[in-house]
Structures are given as C-alpha cells and as structure tokens.
Design a binder for this molecule. Sequence first.
Ligand code: NAD
Length: 247
Amino acid sequence: MLDFIDKVVIVTGGTRGIGFATVKSFAEAGAKVILFGSKKESVAKAMDLLQKEGLKVEGYFPNLNSLTEINKVITEIITKYKHIDILINNAGISADKKIEETTPEEFAAIMDINVKAMFNMCKAVTPYMKKQKAGVILNTSSMVSIYGQPSGVGYPASKFAVNGLTISLARELAPFNIRVNAVAPGIIKTDMVESLPEEVIAPLIKSIPLGRIGEVSDIANAFLFLASPKASYITGAILPVDGAARN
Ligand code: NAD
C-alpha cells in the first residue's frame, strides 16, 4: 500500500462521488486530508460519514471562484500544517444540452468551476510548493477532453482547457520539483450513473472493452499512484482511466 503519512492533501469537490472516494483513500493511507466542498451542509455530512469510518478529515467551503476566499483558507492550512504537499482539483460540473438551449451564462458557469476554480487553486498553492521545492498537483479531466461529446459543448471545452492547464503548468513548475498531472475518467459509477435504468446501463457496459463501468476507487487509485514517489518522473500526463472505452 502507498504511504502518505503526514502528507497534507487538499481535495476540491471532496463531498461526494470521485472526490469523496479520493478523500477516503488518502485518509486511509495516512494523509492529513482537507476536503473542500460547495456548501457547509455537504461538507459536514461528508466529514460525519468519514468520522463514522474512523477517518478524521477537515473541511472548508470557500467560493472557488474567489481567489481571496481561497487564499484565506490556504493561509489557515499553512499556519496549521506548515506545508501543502498535494492538491487535487476535482470539483466539476457537466452539461448535456444542445447549443441552442445553452445560454452564455451556463457556458460561463462551467468554465468558472471546471477551469477558473482550478486556476485559482493552483495559483494559491504554488508559492508554498515552490518554497518547499516539492509538490504535486492533480486535476480531474475526462475522456471527453480527447473525444468531445455530441451535446453539452461547454463540458468538453472546459476539460480540453484542463488538459492545457495541466500540460503547461507541468512545464512551468517542473524546475521547482512540482509535478502536475491529470486523470481522465471514462464512465464512472457515481450516484448519477447508478440511477440510470438497466436499458441505458447495458449498452454502456457493452461499449467498454474491459466489460464494466469504472468505480470511484479506480480514479482514487490513479490519484494515489500519481501523487506517490512511484510517479516521480511523470509530469504533464493526462492518464486515461476508462477501460479502453475510447468514445
Ligand atoms: P459529483 O457531482 O458527484 O461531484 C462533484 C463535486 O464537485 C461535488 O463534491 C461538488 O460539491 C463539487 N462542486 C460542484 N460545483 C461546485 C462549486 N461551484 N464549488 C465547489 N464545489 C463544487 O461528480 P463526480 O462524477 O464525482 O465528478 C468529479 C469530477 O470528475 C468532475 O470534475 C467531473 O467532471 C469528473 N468526471 C466524472 C466522470 C463520471 O463518470 N462521474 C467522468 C469524467 C470526469
């Protein structure tokens, strides 16, 4: 098992789905995990669930579009722990409406959370990671960042941007021993996918060569690997975790 004892890890969108599984995995591996969520109530609920499993994590709910609010929380974390080792930018929203039904405001909202919030978080932790001469930043992309999707254009557009940010920051921050990578999930069994009817799920599974939908733990495991010293020569990578679905 990979060991993250005493590592300080921040996970955005850590209250449910992929983010929650990631928080849990790092906490189980000994890390000091701080989860960021969008609301006080969802953060409290996630912390409560983890506590029932004997895992102690901290939670915050800064507005990720406000660099000022993020900086305030990051300063608190640094004051308490003195270092931030791993940042996992996972918060995100998707879209599926056709372009005629999509408003510019909806398009901007996707960019705000999927791209601008990621930029803000990277900007806030970078000075500390540079001082440490060490750090890992991991971003949640998607396989739509390679293939696009037939509706909901804002979502793939945002994930193409995530890849651009990842590859570019990897090059900018490599001289400071900061690695930046992204994981590109295929179809993952979160609440939304699990609630789909069997007639929708069955053809989905058929289209995946590995013959199953991904589990949230598949993505958490990819993050664990990329955050670990076993990945010390990997930076600027977009790692597909999709059972070779490729569509
Ligand atoms: P989810 O909806 O279960 O979780 C999303 C998380 O993001 C939640 O914790 C939510 O609180 C947070 N979030 C959303 N808007 C926010 C905001 N404005 N401010 C702060 N936090 C906010 O989704 P998920 O499926 O677990 O997705 C997590 C990431 O994985 C996303 O970036 C998503 O694009 C990506 N992804 C998911 C799949 C999949 O099949 N589930 C596939 C590819 C990529």
